[in-house]
Design a protein around this ligand. Sequence first.
Ligand SMILES: Nc1nc2c(c(=O)[nH]1)N[C@H]1C(S)=C(S)[C@@H](COP(=O)(O)OP(=O)(O)OC[C@H]3O[C@@H](n4cnc5c(=O)[nH]c(N)nc54)[C@H](O)[C@@H]3O)O[C@H]1N2
Ligand SMILES: Nc1nc2c(c(=O)[nH]1)N[C@H]1C(S)=C(S)[C@@H](COP(=O)(O)OP(=O)(O)OC[C@H]3O[C@@H](n4cnc5c(=O)[nH]c(N)nc54)[C@H](O)[C@@H]3O)O[C@H]1N2
Ligand code: SF4
Ligand SMILES: [Mo]
Length: 682
Amino acid sequence: MPEVRHSVCALDCPDACSLLVTVENGRAVRLRGNPEHPVTRGFLCAKVARYLEREYSPERLLYPLRRTGRKGEGRFERISWDQALDEIASRLRQIAAEEGPEAILPYSYAGTMGLLNGSGMDRRFFHRLGASRLDRTICAATGSAALAETIGLRYGTEPEQFRRSRLILAWGANILGTNVHLWPFLVEARRNGARLYTIDPVRNKTGQLADRHFPINPGSDAALALGMMHVIVAERLYDADYVARFTTGFEALRARVAEYPPERVATLTGLSTQDIVGLARDYATISPAVIRLNYGVQRNERGGAAVKAISVLPALTGAWRQEGGGLLLSTSQAFHLNKAALERPDLQWKSLGRPARLVNMCQLGQALTALDDPPVKALVVYNSNPAAVAPNRNLVLQGLRRDDLFTVVLEQFQTDTADYADIVLPVTTFLEHTDLYLSYGHYYLQLARPVVPPPGETKSNVEIFRLLAARMGFDEPCFSETEDDMIRALLASDHPFVRGITLEELERQHFVRLRLASDGAPFLPFAEGGFGTPSGKCDLAAGAVEYCPPEESRLGDTALRKRYPLELISPKNDDSMNSTFGNRPDVDRQTSELTLHPEDAAARGIADGDPVRVFNERGSLLLTARVAETVRPGVVRAGSVRWPKKAPDRNNVNVLTSDRLADLGGGPVFYSCLVEVERCGD
Ligand SMILES: Nc1nc2c(c(=O)[nH]1)N[C@H]1C(S)=C(S)[C@@H](COP(=O)(O)OP(=O)(O)OC[C@H]3O[C@@H](n4cnc5c(=O)[nH]c(N)nc54)[C@H](O)[C@@H]3O)O[C@H]1N2
Ligand SMILES: Nc1nc2c(c(=O)[nH]1)N[C@H]1C(S)=C(S)[C@@H](COP(=O)(O)OP(=O)(O)OC[C@H]3O[C@@H](n4cnc5c(=O)[nH]c(N)nc54)[C@H](O)[C@@H]3O)O[C@H]1N2
Ligand code: SF4
Ligand SMILES: [Mo]
């Protein structure tokens, strides 16, 4: 008899969908969105609607493997779990003894958003070991640091409230591609007369359906926000009452924005003066107005400034007062769970007597080739595919190729990174293990139990680190905790948003709204102030940034832009999830294309469909040209992130991207990347 079970999509996506899985004879046969979840609303994105192909793919890793070929070559032999765990434990023990435990580096990101498998037993293990700590900056660090300065909390407008908005700015946010469950609320809003504007160097699917599209220069968003505030202040369109009661630093902001009249902002952003003025007036006078800001806006050299300047706009206009007004970058900080009980950073005191050193994950290549005292001698990768996703790929590979580096990779599939491993460990998918999920795009906490049995000899990250801890002789009680113990530890929080939510309630209901407001009333986080800054007010002075164009841009370093005159951005591919699904042929094709504006193509004798070489001083890459006006002249686009091993030149776009850091938070600058393009011979 088919049975319907509940699960949660674990992919790194703001939607964190509630899933219904039909299981027949122990096999999942159907996957759909839970119609009862207020944000999932019964549908899934196209990529995960096909997730069962991945679940039952013949390419799934099922057994532990030991490398037999050269690093990167991909030749392995099957070994037993005992052999694998013994070898890992003895190598880690030896490296810790010889070089100190900080010679061991974990490398993980959001392959799963599950808290237990993403930052649970693994963190306990590495803290107890005294390993280097990874600074997990690769996605959101810059924007998070910016919000911390201006509004102080990563809370945002509830997605459900977008149906009440009258003006929606999708600012560096490809809603249809990366946050599709917000879209139905926009459709509802627009049926009631709302307008949707997109601000993006690329006219993607979302931009094509917008009422207005503003094709901004990459990395110039801070200038646009300053220009808008110039108009809003000059024309007295701000909410003086809100500003007086719930903000600080208005005078500093007023002085700063005076320096950014629309004419100046036009030369910086590539938008017309008229458009800037019009946008500012619409934003300040159409109400409620909401900004869907996404992380696309902060993956550049000026990303911190951009998020700081943009994030004070709704305080200036008082948009936070209204249901359907405000700004949404992330909701994640509202999940005030007991992370310390889960991660146990205190265990570092036992191993090292101090916090371990921090290694920025955006600079993995440097960490593996230049870091000293101690050098990195062991790398343990899970929930991530750095050989594909990390910037400055040539340097990353140089590091991964080192013969004296011991590399362990926990994976579901034989990725490029797994090809460099000494030992590969096969792991479960989210359909096969227990986990607890927060979301960075809504306010529901969710529990998922295994819905199908793990295939072959796969084990979860939690189980693997539990077994490794035992092998290492770590005997603290936290290493023998069950998944349920770990969830109870996380829920042991006194914060009013979480207080009283129990495992039993989650078990019964599958998803539980945080206790944000009484009786399911709309959550208006900053309607009456309540910002997370030291003053409790929105810090307008922090938003009063100074702007200059990114060095690596068409308005930046002169010598550089002469050699490499095109700005490459490599945003998310609609039908994949970073490098997850990169083994699908359709995804491989989508991520093999470079979109150029007709003027830039013509100037180089490039026609649609031509093979092209894209290059800069960091590397060179082969792609297929797509000539289209969806990018503005001077900007080229390649969807990310391709599996390099599927490409004829075994490479991907991150061979071109830089491992310099953004202006704040230690985040990456994937989209500050100058290149030149030439047609290749046939
Ligand atoms: N389908 C799909 N969904 C995903 C992912 C995926 O790979 N595929 N990845 C997930 C992850 S890890 C994340 S972090 C989120 C990210 O979600 P988003 O932030 O929405 O994704 P991006 O594609 O990085 O960027 C969004 C848009 O910003 C634009 N952009 C680039 N540079 C600039 C700029 O300087 N200014 C402005 N205004 N716009 C700019 C890009 O052209 C793109 O259209 O999506 C998640 N969801
Ligand atoms: N050029 C360019 N590069 C980018 C970006 C970009 O926009 N452009 N985006 C950046 C961003 S925002 C991000 S977040 C990063 C994402 O980079 P990553 O976090 O590395 O994301 P994925 O590429 O999806 O790789 C996740 C891997 O985890 C594995 N996995 C899934 N579940 C589990 C599990 O339970 N256990 C284990 N052990 N493994 C599991 C999957 O099989 C997959 O191979 O990429 C960054 N890189
Ligand atoms: S990837 Fe996002 S939209 Fe797709 S099913 Fe998962 S959570 Fe939902
Ligand atoms: Mo991300």
